[in-house]
Design a protein around this ligand. Structure first.
Ligand code: GAL
Length: 428
């Protein structure tokens, strides 16, 4: 873990400074100069970055927070479960009971709009001016964080959802070129058949949310960017033959996956590729952080390419941090948000997390070879919103799509019914 030593040191330093701060008695304000957060106190940060490379990313951010705001104490409110599969329900319970954390992780886009519409988070536009970051984020991203001219959260990173991670040794064993990429899903099926014949798992996947992540990439591949986008604004008919064909592709891909999938979360599915038990894994690019954390080398130990049929598209999602209505320590929240917004915070966090900085002034040279491809793709490719990670659809729609997907992949396997369920899920 790249930042382990720095994190440990910073936490000890923070504790010592906190003891001093507790004695100072200064009422203070949310000073932003990195030295004068005299208000101090606990700052509960609610995420789902609870373990492994995700926790390493959070730890890197906490380390910078400790340096920039030594008077505050980071309190880890992380709830395990990839993509917030457990955290988001728990968060909703807390918000409805007026017991918000001081800040929580939320995806830019439709998911953020849920919290805004429910009046659960505050407008933080003034912090953009105060921290001097109004112009450092891409305008498209700002638009996803803005409602009625007000900005509701601070982005920490941008992830890409439509990537395949592969084990070259398993591909060679199957007689495949480990450097091959595949232009279409049909080309890829041929390669998956070759792996199948070796007895290894062709495609690893985990519990439902990872299957929805796979589904979104198949919809991108089969429909193309415009028709995929149309699924979310009503201009593409979920009951069309094109969607039927996409769902057939999804069904075929699922036939290549590990049968223990529903009991796994994403790290275990990615681990199957790392360990040479599976050839491919479709996963957002938090996966690269898991490979790097395990000291795996790109090109040798693992390879990556966009999901076949989605080259030229960037499956977009961004994490961001909020100021909940009724937060107990709003000055502490602002201090955390300042660290999230800072170049130092974004650099440290994203180096460990596999994502790219939301800030446009970060230096690409500070990031891995994979991340540099993501920076280029984000700049040049067509941006399409992720379904599984809050960019494309509200939490309610995502939950309904997830339920339909789980029903389909865990036994029902009635494609017409699945398509009808998806149409109903999105027909609000
Ligand atoms: C996403 C989140 C990423 C990563 C992933 C897997 O929803 O945006 O930062 O944590 O889930 O847990």
């Amino acid at each position: 873990m790249r930042n382990g030593l720095r994190v440990a040191g910073a936490l000890v330093g923070t504790a010592a400074l906190l003891a001093l701060a507790a004695c100072s008695g200064d009422s203070g304000s949310d000073s932003t100069d990195g030295s004068g957060d005299a208000a101090g106190g606990d700052v509960e940060v609610f995420t789902w970055w609870a373990a492994g490379s995700e926790k390493a990313g959070l730890d890197a951010l906490v380390s910078v927070f400790g340096e920039q705001h030594p008077d505050y104490t980071f309190v880890n409110g992380a709830v395990a479960g990839g993509a917030g599969s457990a955290a988001k329900d728990l968060l909703q319970t807390r918000l409805q009971a007026n017991d918000p954390p001081d800040t929580f992780q939320a995806h830019a886009g439709a998911e953020l709009t849920d919290y805004i519409d429910a009046a659960q988070i505050e407008d933080i536009s003034d912090l953009y001016d105060e921290f001097g970051v109004t112009d450092v984020f891409p305008q498209d991203l700002i638009d996803l964080l803005t409602v009625d001219g007000q900005i509701y959260s601070m982005p920490s990173n941008i992830h890409r959802s439509n990537m395949v991670w592969a084990n070259p040794a398993v591909l060679i064993e199957a007689g495949l070129d480990p450097a091959a990429t595949y232009a279409t899903l049909d080309d890829w099926f041929t390669a998956l058949d070759a792996v199948q014949a070796t007895g290894k798992t062709p495609l690893s996947v985990a519990q439902t949310w990872t299957q929805v992540n796979l589904l979104e990439t198949v919809l991108m591949a089969a429909l193309g960017a415009d028709a995929y986008n149309g699924l979310w604004d009503g201009s593409t008919d979920w009951e069309s033959p094109e969607v039927t064909a996409a769902l057939e592709d999804f069904q075929k891909l699922m036939s290549y996956t590990n049968t223990d999938r529903d009991g796994l979360d994403w790290p275990e599915a990615t681990q199957l590729v790392m360990d040479g038990e599976a050839a491919f894994n479709v996963m957002g690019d938090w996966a690269v952080a898991a490979f790097e954390e395990a000291d795996k080398t790109a090109g040798t130990d693992f390879t990556y390419f966009p999901v076949p049929g989605t080259d030229g598209m960037f499956g977009f999602l961004a994490d961001s941090f909020t100021l909940p209505v009724g937060a107990k320590n709003p000055d502490g929240t602002k201090a955390w948000i300042e660290t999230v917004a800072s170049l130092e915070g974004q650099t440290a966090f994203n180096q460990a997390k596999g994502s790219i900085p939301a800030r446009t002034d970060a230096d690409p040279a500070d990031f891995s070879e994979y991340q540099q491809t993501a920076i280029t793709s984000f700049a040049d490719d067509t941006i399409v919103p992720s379904l599984a990670h809050g960019a494309a659809a509200s939490v309610a729609v995502l939950n309904a799509i997830s339920d339909a997907t789980s029903k389909f992949t865990s036994g029902a396997s009635d494609l017409a019914q699945y398509q009808a369920d998806l149409a109903a899920a999105t027909a609000e």
